[in-house]
Ligand binder design. Structure first.
Ligand code: FMN
Length: 419
């Protein structure tokens, strides 16, 4: 795909949005195997608005990080031109604010209008939007006008074909680039047959690309079936969820890879992108399915870290090599930052290697309290702290002014859990 060309939604195989499954390793793997477009898991607007955008120099990713330092959305250059950011929202202005936050790092923005789960619908999001076309219109129009990237939405079908077609026609008028249709009603479960005829009626009634979804169980067991589903629905493209979750090599023209290879490929990305081990484990368990009771399945279930997961799949060496590279990269970046700091040296600041080790203090007592107490006793004004977070490594450094003298520790504080 040519860089900077707006996403085209015709003739494409697409990885569907899937909570917990559609994180970076799965998206990259689907792309490697042949998917053209990948949707991220649904992320809720309110949660995203609390995040800050951080460039992670060690992993070479862009991270959207919550106040508790958890990475909510991680992306990288490889997928920038084909990842669609799916959002859960029931509010046009909030949706726009999130879209602007991520716009430069993704290829498109999608609004989830199909999730039937209570946690989504009770906030007016997901499938609840289907009964509020005015709100749909307001969210989509605001997004289309407010951002430069293509906007899509993903719906379920309504109880009648006519109502569904009318809703999609109204949605088309908002100017969105494509619509994904999960061919089930909101009360229907994944094992119910998918209504290809309804998707077909929609495809024939509108001119924007329709992306058919819902075929994993009944239709799509191997690559060739993707085309069969596309033909049955007369849709422009096909979006796959469960079949890709079970084995993402469903996107391979040449046929499925054995699960063991797929799982090892997945783990490589999980380690390479420092994916949280609980998420890695969850996705691998979805792939193992009925093999969860095997020795390997039981070992995977018991794993409590990425390293332990790697050991289960005989990838301990890979883990070792990759993390060694990261550690070296982190150290070299820190040295570079230290050198830059040294060059911008303020001669008035006294620098000392002061470390804060909780264990050296009584419970609930901090160095700040000692210093405050000392200033009171010595009749000095109370200490003034200036704290900055260095943009490159996100470490926190403070300069404290005590008795008209500035002090700084050469050791900064790292609040991050890993890389
Ligand atoms: C584990 C899982 C998580 C899902 N999460 C989302 C989601 O975040 N957003 C969404 O629009 N649909 C979500 N779905 C629904 C799928 O995108 C898709 O509509 C549905 O599974 C039907 O497609 P399929 O037959 O290919 O599985 C999820 C489905 C699964 C199995």
């Amino acid at each position: 795909m040519t860089v900077n060309t707006p996403l085209c939604f015709r003739g494409k195989s697409i990885l569907a949005p899937m909570v917990r499954v559609g994180t970076l390793p799965m998206r990259l793997l689907a792309l490697d195997y042949g998917a053209d477009i990948v949707y991220c898991e649904e992320l809720i607007d309110i949660k995203m608005l609390q995040c800050k955008r951080v460039v992670n120099e060690v992993l070479e990713t862009v991270d959207f990080v919550a106040p508790n330092e958890r990475v909510v959305f991680r992306t990288c250059e490889r997928e920038r031109h084909c990842v669609v950011f799916q959002m859960g929202s029931a509010d046009a202005e909030r949706a726009l604010a999130v879209a602007k936050l991520v716009e430069s790092d993704v290829a498109g923005i999608d609004i989830n209008m199909g999730c039937p789960k209570e946690y989504s619908t009770k906030g007016g999001m997901g499938a609840a939007l289907l009964s509020d076309p005015d709100k749909i219109e307001s969210i989509l129009t605001t997004l289309v006008k407010g951002i430069c990237k293509p906007v899509t939405c993903k719906i379920r079908i309504l109880p009648s074909v006519e109502d569904t077609v009318n809703l999609v026609k109204r949605i088309e008028k908002t100017g969105i680039a494509a619509i994904a249709v999960h061919g089930r009603k909101k009360e229907e479960r994944p094992q119910h047959p998918v209504h290809c005829d309804v998707i077909k009626a929609i495809s024939e009634a509108v001119s924007i690309p329709v992306i058919a979804n819902g075929g994993s169980h009944d239709f799509i067991r191997e690559y060739m079936d993707i085309e069969t589903f596309q033909k049955a629905t007369a849709a422009s493209s096909v979006m796959i969820a469960r079949a890709a979750m079970w084995n993402p090599s469903i996107f391979r023209k040449e046929g499925l890879f054995p699960l063991r290879k797929v799982m090892q490929d997945y783990i490589k990305y999980a380690v390479r992108y420092d994916n949280h081990y609980t998420n890695t484990k969850y996705c691998l368990c979805q792939m193992l399915r009925e093999q969860l009771e095997t020795t390997q399945g039981k070992k995977l279930h018991a794993a409590q870290s990425t390293q332990e997961i790697c050991e289960v799949f005989e990838m301990a060496d890979f883990y070792e090599e990759t993390t060694t590279i990261f550690t070296a990269k982190k150290t070299s970046l820190e040295t570079k930052i230290q050198d830059e700091d040294d060059q911008m040296e303020d001669p008035d600041v006294i620098k000392m290697a002061v470390r804060f080790d909780k264990r050296e203090y009584p419970p609930q007592i901090t160095p700040k309290m000692y210093l405050l107490e000392w200033c009171r006793k010595e009749k000095h004004p109370q200490p003034i702290y200036e704290t900055v977070q260095r943009p490159l490594d996100r470490l926190f450094c403070s300069v404290v002014t005590v008795a008209e003298q500035k002090y700084k520790s050469t050791l900064c504080i790292d609040y991050r859990s890993s890389f």
